[in-house]
Write a protein that binds this ligand. Structure first.
Ligand SMILES: Cc1cc2nc3c(=O)[nH]c(=O)nc-3n(C[C@H](O)[C@H](O)[C@H](O)COP(=O)(O)OP(=O)(O)OC[C@H]3O[C@@H](n4cnc5c(N)ncnc54)[C@H](O)[C@@H]3O)c2cc1C
Length: 456
């Protein structure tokens, strides 16, 4: 081990390699509720692509596993190091290198956090519209997990906003993919291959991101319904209507009372409505022009009443912001209340009613408690599963994942496979696709040093 540490120190400078008691416990885990923490032999902090590539060359030669780490906010165990392996932390590569307003793009290092990018873009009237619920997450982590979040219903996910990458390969080279162009038809799309690869193919050392104009006018509409099933049945009509929601979320009543209770948020809903409301729909609309927004809000309100809403509220701006912030806290609230696992199945949006009915059946069959909320517009749920007995928990989670696939969905909409969904992924995916993915992995990483145990 000593010799490897010396070589790593030669690659990045001795001050940028942490070992022993200097390694913080935090590095050993992410936010997956089921994963076991592991500490690495060293945390290495490169300052450039060349240094990252040098680190990879040392580790490839010595056969030392390498796990990239952003902020550790992942939900699948994908940034947990391997016994005897190192962590590459991008905390020193945290600069926004350029914001190009004319080409509507930003060039960032992988350690830039979402809140940092947001603060730089807001005064310029620009936005990077991918907002997964945790703003301390890094762009490197977002790219590696293909993060989604609440606004994907309008803007899509991370892969729709990455124009190009710089990446260090496990074989020691640095490549550039894509660029400052919005289209290219030139061979295999390596940018898209690296996005969502959970740190198994390459270390992302720079990204060119697509930006959007920041629209001046927003309105948030809240509609209580008597059942989750009614809400998810209404989603296709809302999407089809053309009002173009930027957020289209469902929140079940237990989750709603837990998240609003935590921050002391009173949405002013009358008691008689609250008593009958088993679920809530949250719709945010935005527009460059206030008048157009008002027209869309009115149209939406009429539509929601026709679709069975108990009532429709246009929230005052302060309450709207607080509700979205409270929704972003849903995971922490579930964790604090003892949730045993989080499931983020995605199904075609029109299959959500069938999926949610199945969720209730499975909860009953497996004597488990399942609540949650989700990106209903994307057909993507975030279910908190309460079942402390490990075998039972695994059985109910597995049944949920299988139900999602049976409806034409996927076992993870945005949190990724990591280590925690690896078994289900390998069991349930088309075996030929797994063979091809393994071949791709081998082409990038012949020594298998990058994130072994993640996905495969
Ligand atoms: C409260 C909460 C809410 C969340 N809500 C959402 C949500 O709505 N939507 C959503 O999509 N996610 C959500 N997440 C998950 C999480 O925020 C994302 O997965 C995020 O993209 C991870 O970023 P990170 O910097 O924390 O990455 P980490 O957790 O550190 O790492 C994640 C993966 O990226 C790899 N990686 C990190 N940096 C690099 C790099 N430079 N090169 C190559 N690989 C790299 C790691 O090896 C690992 O495989 C939520 C998490 C929390 C805690």
């Amino acid at each position: 081990v000593g010799a490897i540490i010396d070589e790593l120190a030669a690659a990045v400078g001795a001050d940028n390699v942490r070992t022993g008691e200097h390694i913080k416990d935090d590095v050993g885990h992410d936010e997956a509720l089921t994963a076991t923490p592991v500490l690495p032999i060293a945390v290495v902090m490169p300052s450039s692509a060349a240094e990252a590539a040098a680190v990879l060359e040392v580790c490839s030669t010595a056969g030392v596993p390498v796990t990239a780490r952003g902020s550790g906010s992942g939900m699948s165990g994908a940034c947990i190091p391997v016994e005897g392996g190192i962590v590459v932390s991008f905390e020193r590569m945290n600069q926004i290198l350029e914001i190009d307003a004319d080409n509507q793009l930003a060039v960032v290092q992988p350690g830039v956090q979402l809140d940092q990018l947001e603060a730089a873009l807001a005064p310029l009237g620009l936005a990077y519209p991918v907002y997964p619920g945790e703003y301390s997450a890094t762009l490197g982590g977002n790219i590696a997990t293909n993060a989604g979040g609440m606004r994907a219903v309008k803007h899509g996910v991370t892969r729709h906003h990455v124009l190009g990458l710089e990446a260090a390969l496990p074989t020691g080279e640095v490549i550039r993919t894509g660029g400052r162009i919005v289209k290219a038809s030139t061979g295999y799309d390596l940018t898209q291959l690296i996005i969502g690869s959970e740190g198994t193919l390459a270390l992302v050392t720079e990204a060119t991101l697509r930006l959007h104009p920041r629209l001046a006018h927003q309105a948030t509409v809240l509609a209580p319904f008597t059942a989750v099933g009614e809400i998810v049945s209404a989603i296709p009509d809302i999407v089809r209507s053309g009002v173009g929601p930027v957020i289209l979320e469902y929140i079940d009543f237990l989750t709603m009372s837990a998240i609003t209770g935590r921050v002391g948020l009173d949405l002013g809903i009358p008691e008689d409505i609250k008593t009958n409301a088993m679920a809530y729909l949250v719709v945010m609309l935005e527009n460059a022009q206030g008048g157009r927004l008002d027209e869309d809000v009115e149209r939406l309100g009429i539509m929601l009443a026709e679709l069975g809403a108990l009532d429709v509220y246009v929230l005052p701006p302060g309450a709207a912001v607080s509700l979205i912030e409270a929704r972003e806290q849903a995971f922490w609230v579930a964790k604090a209340n003892g949730a045993d696992d989080i499931v983020d199945v995605v199904v075609p949006r029109a299959a959500l009613p069938a999926f949610m009915a199945r969720v209730q059946e499975l909860a009953d069959t497996h004597q488990s408690f399942i609540v949650g909320c989700g990106h209903a517009g994307d057909g993507n749920v975030h279910l908190s599963v309460f079942q402390p007995e490990p075998d039972r928990r695994q059985a109910v989670v597995r049944a949920l994942l299988e139900s999602g696939i049976a409806l034409g969905g996927a076992i993870s909409g945005e949190h990724g496979i990591g280590t925690e969904k690896r078994k289900a992924f390998l069991d349930l995916e088309d075996p030929m696709k797994i063979v091809l993915m393994r071949r791709i992995k081998e082409a990038f990483d012949p020594e298998g040093i990058l994130n072994p145990g993640v996905m495969f």
